[in-house]
Every structure is written in structure tokens, then in C-alpha cells.
Design a protein. Structure first.
Length: 260
């Protein structure tokens, strides 16, 4: 069964979807970025998956607890974004490749003033990355590297020689989450999507710059000692978010929460 539960301030209504997959236009409408985006004009959303017992991955990767529909939503969220922000460890573990242009979203992106595909922005303090990968050498849109002022100079040089654009957004070796969001917004990249990993998401939460969480709740139990979706610095007071929508298929819940 597939159901879409749009949430308003007053009611929750349910409507069965047609047989088969949700259409890409339907998903794009459901996950459209809000027009109101705060003073910087940026809106940072995160997309993560979690098992019923809180695991963000199984044996180091998120794919085992995902589903075909989860990946369809994953692709839709990418297609709506100006830039996808990802941590260096996730790049290494998940084998990241450049975002590709998708004909199904070409007209929608053009109407929004976007290029053919989102840029990928890699957050790294050590710059311990393989800059010979296609992510850096042959992306459709140049890959960005977000780092700090004292990051290794040879790493910065290697990133630039590979064709990446390096943005210094921190006073130490690490990127400052708030400055990273502001720097991207200044470049006209205001529809922001982060796909993790858990350490990077925790940093965005702690810095108070996360606006939205798109969380897939997977109907699986993994046990073990896998990371949660956010694994890093704690906040003094838990952040309250409001439920915006829920989609359901085969026991998977595709939830959308927004900052209050």
C-alpha cells in the first residue's frame, strides 16, 4: 500500500496513491523547497535513513536498510537541490560520484534558474581524499571542497589541481557549519541538501542551521553498534521540529520534519 499523508496545522488527511511508483512530478511537488528561507535565503535539509532501532547504516553503508522508493526520493531530493553537502568519510565509504543531469527534472530546474545538476560540496578538515576520482576530475558542475584556514596546503593544492573549487569557511582546520551555509548562499546556492554522514549532520544540528529533516524510517532491526543519523556534538536543549508530511510504502515511512 502507498499512502501520502500531507500535514497541515489543523488536519491530517490520507490519500491512496495510484498503483505503481509515485510519479517524479508528484514527489517533486511534495518535497518542494519552501519560499520562505530565513535571512540568508538558504534552506538546509538533510536526507537520512534509520532502522527501527536507530541504526543509520549496516556494516558501514546505508544501502542495506534502504529501499527502491527510498532511493527514488533520494534522487528527487538531489534533483531539487542547488548543492549536495557531504562529509569526507561518507564520500569514502559510499563511493560518491558526481550528480548527473536528469531529463525528468530539466524543465523544473530551468524554471527555477538552476543548472542541469546540483554541485557536490565535500566537507573535510584533513583533505584526505582521492582527488583522482570522477567526483573531482569530471563532474558536470565543479565540485566544491569546504575546509578551514589551517587545512593541509598540499591537500588544498591537490583539490584545485583536480578541478575542485576550495572554499575556506573556518578559522581552524575544520569548516564552520554556519559559515559554510552562508558561503554557499552568497554564491546563489540556497537550496541545500546534506546526505550525511552522521558526524556532519550532528555539526549542522549543533550549529542551529538545519531547517528540515527528511527521514526514512526503515522497518528493519539491525542491533549491533551502528551510528545514529546524528553522531557528534550535543545541543544544550533538544531542537523541536514539526511534522510536515509522511509517505508510506511497504512499511517504510518517509517523513519530513521542519524547524518550528
Amino acid at each position: 500500500m502507498r499512502r501520502l499523508f500531507p500535514v497541515t496545522d489543523e488536519t491530517v488527511s490520507a490519500a491512496s496513491a495510484a498503483d505503481g511508483e509515485w510519479g517524479l512530478d508528484e514527489l517533486a511537488d511534495a518535497y518542494a523547497y519552501p519560499k520562505e528561507r530565513g535571512t540568508s535565503g538558504a534552506w538546509l535539509r538533510a536526507n537520512m535513513v534509520s532502522s527501527l532501532d536507530g541504526a543509520a547504516q549496516h556494516e558501514g553503508r546505508s544501502q542495506p536498510i534502504s529501499s527502491d522508493t527510498d532511493m527514488r526520493i533520494f534522487g528527487t531530493l538531489r534533483a531539487l537541490a542547488d548543492v549536495v553537502i557531504v562529509g569526507a568519510e561518507t564520500v569514502r565509504l559510499e563511493g560518491y560520484r558526481p550528480a548527473r543531469a536528469r531529463e525528468a527534472f530539466a524543465q523544473r530546474r530551468a524554471a527555477a534558474g538552476q543548472g542541469p545538476a546540483p554541485a557536490i560540496a565535500v566537507v573535510s578538515a584533513s583533505l584526505n581524499l582521492d582527488f583522482s576520482l570522477p567526483l573531482f576530475t569530471s563532474p558536470l558542475v565543479p565540485t566544491l571542497v569546504l575546509t578551514g584556514a589551517t587545512a593541509p596546503l598540499d591537500g588544498i593544492r591537490a583539490a584545485r589541481e583536480a578541478g575542485a573549487e576550495v572554499l575556506v569557511v573556518g578559522d581552524g582546520a575544520a569548516a564552520d557549519p554556519r559559515r559554510a551555509v552562508e558561503a554557499l548562499a552568497e554564491r546563489g546556492l540556497t537550496r541545500l541538501l546534506t546526505e550525511g554522514g552522521p558526524r556532519l549532520l550532528a555539526q549542522f544540528i549543533a550549529a542551529g542551521v538545519l531547517d528540515e529533516l527528511c527521514l526514512t524510517v526503515s522497518p528493519m532491526l539491525t542491533a549491533g553498534r551502528a551510528q545514529r543519523i546524528a553522531d557528534g556534538p550535543a545541543v544544550a536543549v533538544p531542537k523541536r521540529f514539526a511534522l510536515a508530511s509522511v509517505l508510506e510504502e511497504a512499511g517504510f515511512l518517509f517523513t519530513q520534519y521542519r524547524r518550528i
